[in-house]
Design a protein around this ligand. Structure first.
Ligand SMILES: [Zn+2]
Length: 563
């Protein structure tokens, strides 16, 4: 995209060269609605240039963790450029909010932008800056303890994520030992984790009070710009999950118990293949993964498959796992060029195949909104971003026949569906716990654990926890979000609800469902959440009325599949 405000030769290596552009924007006189709009687009262009500089440095660093100077470049971005940009960004926001032509602009196209900008400014309190630093410091401590947890197991020192593969081992005793080793290791830090969250609850409660709000629940809803649903909607969602998802989960677990020939299903029996078959291995190399994903996507939609092929051609995929590469996977957008980038560490598993379809969904979202001039509208709220990605995973289900024979295909689908059944109750529990914690400030550890146990009764499946009562009571401590991203979790449930609806629609008429999907993706973030859902043909409703029929459909599909 060509620049109209930012000079093409702008030096982005330090903030000194960038700052005059902000000074010019802040000082510019705005004499009409048209001038205000032009000013917004100029701000947007500068933001896109800076965002891409940061994204490129981050991508470089994660692709080459050992590259000389690469980490330093990213740190310079993080410590110098980004903070300075934030301060200027806030000044520009305030200039916008104070502008006399703002209301006229906000009437139509700029409604969402105006609402977000005003919300963030209203929530801001000088007194909360120090509290946010304290909140982050406490989170940092929890992250440090969690990250350093290692276990000497099976002759080697291993991290907790590295322990997960033992839970997929056919040998049941080995699985049990591995699980026990994990909970014992976590249990060492029980008191510290309790104390850190206690402190964070107090800090967060104070932040809400400073902002003139009754509880941190209200504060969090404003902070995440949740304008379109309330705590009451979340409670209705929890109830819908309890009534319609938990029974289907129990049925699937019972089927697993029988297939495994067990007396009782224990917590370490949930990740292994019920018939002890070797894990699915749909590809070997990263090149094969890209090729396979292209063929799967071609079965879903020719146009989207074409976009994916173009990403390959432009080298916007880094998929293989190699020394000197950061762990994990993500999709990032280069905001100036307006192209997506996918990062992964593929190791040949079915999970990798699922991940690339997921990230491809995010990439299609970025492409679909690329002609939107305003940067803020080129991405959607997270509740809908994850519809694009989880929805793509769901609607690509039938096309997995490209990767597998019939028996393996059935296994892949069962894994996916069962994973979803397990996720909804967990989301409800984590969300319900947070609502309770922040409306019962000053509660004791025993009260908190007791509340968690009441959730286990509501949402737990048929898994037998006897002999591990205390570990079960503090099971919530394994969810990092509680410290790092408070209240941020229901989003996944809302998105999954959308993805399931999209899937149901695609089973009836795949062409129509896909057309609606693309239409909604193209809106980016320019419309409120319920309108994005509506454009995709999805209901923005969290009650039994919406979830119930979807769970019945999932149950029918699961019954059709072999164990
Ligand atoms: Zn995602």
């Amino acid at each position: 995209m060509t620049r109209s405000f930012v000079p093409s030769e702008l030096d982005t290596s330090s903030f000194a060269a960038i700052e005059p552009l902000f000074v010019a924007l802040e000082g510019r006189a705005i004499r009409s609605v048209g001038e205000l709009e032009k000013w917004l687009l100029d701000c947007s262009e500068l933001a896109a240039v800076l965002s891409e500089v940061g994204a490129m440095r981050y991508i470089q660093m994660t692709c080459h963790t050992d590259g000389k100077g690469i980490e330093a470049a990213y740190l310079q971005w993080l410590e110098q450029i980004q903070p300075a940009w934030k301060v200027w960004g806030d000044k520009l926001d305030r200039k916008f909010l104070a502008c006399g032509f703002r209301k006229e602009l906000a009437r139509e196209r700029y409604f969402v932008f105006d609402r977000n900008t005003a919300n963030d400014a209203e929530l801001f309190r000088e007194a909360n800056v120090a509290l946010q630093t304290e909140e982050a410091r406490l989170d940092q401590q929890q992250a440090k303890i969690s990250g350093a947890m290692t276990i000497y197991f099976d002759g080697q020192l291993r991290t907790i994520p590295q322990m997960q593969r033992f839970l997929e081992e056919p040998d049941r005793r080995l699985r049990q030992f591995a699980w026990e080793a994990i909970i014992t290791r976590r249990g060492v830090h029980e008191a510290e984790f309790d104390e850190l969250i206690d402190k964070q609850i107090a800090v967060r409660d104070q932040m809400a009070k400073n902002a003139g709000l009754g509880t941190y629940v209200e504060y969090a809803f404003r902070m995440y710009r949740r304008f379109d649903y309330t705590p009451a909607d979340c409670f209705a969602f929890h109830e819908a999950i309890e009534k319609t998802c938990v029974p289907v989960l129990r049925e699937a677990q019972e089927k697993r118990r029988q297939a495994m020939g067990l007396d009782k299903l224990r917590v370490w029996d949930q990740s292994v293949d019920a018939l002890n078959r070797p894990a699915l291995r749909p590809f070997a190399t990263a090149e094969e993964l890209a090729e396979l994903a292209t063929r799967i996507l071609a079965r879903v939609d020719k146009e989207l498959a074409g976009e994916f092929a173009e990403m390959r051609r432009q080298k916007l995929l880094d998929l293989d796992s190699r020394p000197g590469k950061a762990p994990g996977g993500y999709q990032s957008t280069l905001d100036e060029r307006r192209v997506p980038f996918i990062f992964m560490n593929a190791a040949g598993t079915h999970g990798d195949l699922q991940t690339i379809l997921h990230e491809a969904g995010h990439a299609f979202h970025a492409n679909a909104a690329r002609n939107e001039p305003l940067l803020a509208y080129r991405s959607a709220p997270i509740e809908f971003c994850e519809v694009a990605s989880m929805g793509m995973e769901m609607i690509a289900g039938p096309a997995l026949a490209e990767a597998y024979g019939p028996a393996e295909h059935a296994r892949a689908l069962r894994q996916h569906y069962e994973g979803m059944l397990g996720l909804f109750p967990w989301i409800a529990m984590i969300d319900a716990l947070q609502h309770w914690m922040y409306t019962h400030v000053g509660h004791s550890h025993a009260e908190r654990n007791a509340f968690w146990m009441s959730l286990m009764k509501r949402f737990g499946g048929i898994v037998d926890f006897s002999g591990y009562e205390h570990a079960t009571e503090i099971g919530w401590q394994r969810q990092r979000h509680l410290w790092g991203s408070p209240f941020y979790y229901i989003e996944y449930g809302i998105a999954q609800l959308g993805a399931l609806q999209l899937w149901a629609a695609s089973l009836k008429d795949s062409g129509a469902a896909l057309a609606a999907y693309k239409r909604a993706l193209a809106l980016g973030g320019s419309k409120p959440l319920p309108e994005l859902f509506a454009a995709a043909g999805l209901k923005f409703d969290f009650t039994v009325g919406t979830l119930g029929p979807l769970m019945e459909l999932l149950q029918r599909k699961l019954r059709e599949l072999p164990a």
